[in-house]
Ligand binder design. Structure first.
Ligand code: ZN
Length: 315
């Protein structure tokens, strides 16, 4: 998904989640596009569409959506307890982020295209009732509900390699046995949101369908890769009908607000292996969403390396 509307989802020039995140990604994407010369035969860039209020209600409460609309019109205050500012017109920008994720799903489901990438998307902290951690609407959660309602796809694997735990997705589907959840993140005792411990494996009928993999600060690819095989076996056993990947770039070394030291090679490895699993179980249905990342060079590398891997997945 490529579209300047996505750049409008930010919280100000000086905020870590600023407008340059999208432009950095796009600049590197276009550079690789030019260098390759053949990419237009392999990629079909699509422009984002705006999600409707009705689509937001697939996951969010009516009450919260109304609050987001009102605060966004005013452009004052916060959409949560103080992390996510209600910037003027942030509601419209957030609707484009959600719309880009849903359009990518439509594209995968209705075309021969198997794999898709949506930058800026992957806003995994928002809960059903509130914004959280720079995330106004949880497009990941909306995507899960949308796949079920529009396409009757029940068994979904959600894989998250952002440095922060995907708490908005985890707790919303904690008791849902058809949502396989795998999350590599910096240990909750050392980073926001302070959740995602190893003993959080799901509730009720869903016990055993969630795999939280907290990594100590300063963990490198070696540590993450050594734990990946277990995650791959977990997803393989689940036999998903669709795979969602949140590939936040803030788990790379040099991020200003986290302390993991992974490289984009881990992102590439995970993408390639999920491509293999998607081909094996669900005719290649794999959507990657950009997620966090506050070092612009890391965003460029990680997100574009994910795209390169998606292009090179062997069918
Ligand atoms: Zn993050």
């Amino acid at each position: 998904m490529l579209g300047d509307e996505l750049a409008t989802y930010h919280f100000g020039e000086d905020h870590p989640f600023g407008p340059k995140r999208y432009w950095s990604f796009k600049e590197e994407f276009e550079k690789r596009f030019e260098q390759d010369g053949q990419l237009d035969k392999k990629i079909s860039p699509q422009s984002p569409q705006r999600a409707s209020e009705k689509q937001l209600t697939l996951f969010h409460t009516q009450e919260y959506i109304k609050k987001a609309i009102a605060l966004s019109e005013k452009g004052e205050g916060y959409l949560d307890c103080g992390d996510t500012p209600a910037r003027k017109e942030i509601y419209d920008s957030a609707c484009f982020v959600v719309g880009s994720t849903l359009k990518a799903i439509d594209y995968i489901m209705n075309h021969d295209c198997c794999y898709a990438f949506a930058p800026i998307a992957g806003l995994h902290h928002a809960t059903r009732e509130s914004a959280a951690g720079f995330c106004v609407f949880n497009d990941c959660g909306i995507a899960i509900e949308y796949l079920r309602k529009e396409y009757n796809i029940q068994r979904i694997a959600y894989v998250d390699i952002d440095a922060h735990h995907g708490d908005g997705v985890f707790y919303s589907f904690e008791d849902d046995p058809d949502l396989c959840f795998v999350d590599f993140h910096q240990h909750g005792t050392t980073l926001y949101p302070g959740t995602g411990f190893i003993n959080e494996t799901g509730k009720g009928k869903a016990v055993g369908t969630k795999l939280n993999i907290p990594l100590p600060p300063n963990s490198t690819d070696k540590m993450a890769c050594s734990l990946w095989q277990n995650a791959e076996n977990f997803i393989n056993k689940f036999k998903p009908e669709f795979i969602l990947l949140q590939c936040g770039a803030d788990s790379l070394a040099g991020d200003p607000i986290t302390q993991l030291k992974l490289s984009s090679e881990f992102h590439a490895h995970v993408t390639s292996r999920l491509g293999y699993l998607a081909n094996k179980h669900c005719a290649g249905k794999l959507l990657a969403m950009g997620g966090g990342g506050y070092n612009l060079d890391n965003i460029k590398e990680a997100w574009n390396d994910v795209i390169t891997e998606l292009i090179n997945i062997k069918t």
